[in-house]
Write a protein that binds this ligand. Sequence first.
Ligand SMILES: [Zn+2]
Length: 325
Amino acid sequence: MLAIYLTQVTPTCSVPARGDYPRDLGEFERRFATAEACRTYLVQLRWPEGVRCPHCGGGKLWPVRQVLCQCAACGHQTSVTAGTIFQDTRTPLPTWFRAMWWVTNQKTGVSALGLQRALGLRSYKTAWAWLHKLRRAMVRPRRDRLTGWVEVDETFVGGVHPGRRGRQTETKALVGVAVQIEGRRLGRIRLQRLLNASGPSLLQFVQDAIEPGSHVHTDGWVGYDPLRRHGYKHRITYLEGQAKTASQLMPHVHQVASLLKRWLLGTHHGAVTHEHLDYYLDEFTFRFNRRHSRSRGKLFYRLVQQAVAVPPAPYESLVKYARMP
Ligand SMILES: [Zn+2]
């Protein structure tokens, strides 16, 4: 039985990585119609140097069922999805792939309802959980920090009452915004939810987002005072007493902040809880930093690549703070 099985299946677990991605929907559909094809792609992106048996080190592995690779030498089975966001999924891989293709091809992002409709999923809860799992894969582990010239500011999102600086309000969340400036253009960004606008909180954000030695441009808020002591070249623009507005004096961060707010209101109707905000910020950053990418297929490639590089997020941990509609 096993012998017959092995002769019928090509050893896809050992296919070398090509580092490529589908260019359009037709190519995507032709390529990822079967679980085997999806598994091959996951193997290639997860083990670009080639998959090896963790038990005996053997380099010859056969595909078994949907997500397993079995070592030809010792018989040990390795799961392609274990330790990734697809761990323990009962959904066929092609459905996951369609979700990732759809998510990366919507320029402004997607809502759970949109994903549910696009894939014909019966449950809204499933669509919601999938989106959250995928958002976790939108941040590359150990990603590079911003460098060169970087504008930094904080902004309040959510709620309707304007907050006062330096203190957290009930209805609004404070978000740190860092924008790398490339000539006159906006470069990469980093966003992070902040506890408050105190010195330690802002310093933590800057250290997470920006390489020391970079030029950091902020307004005159006292919370930014520690930057110079921590190896940053700090340029301050005092907003008080200026004829120009804050958005004219620091146009780049203000532009990003207003795009973020418009996105939260538009795509998500402002219905983002503080507890989940970080993941939405990650999604916005993922799309923003790749907005000039000519191929949506490349975004798909990045998302799949990161989906096999981040640990799984069990449903219980996702819904801990959720307010289901
Ligand atoms: Zn082995």
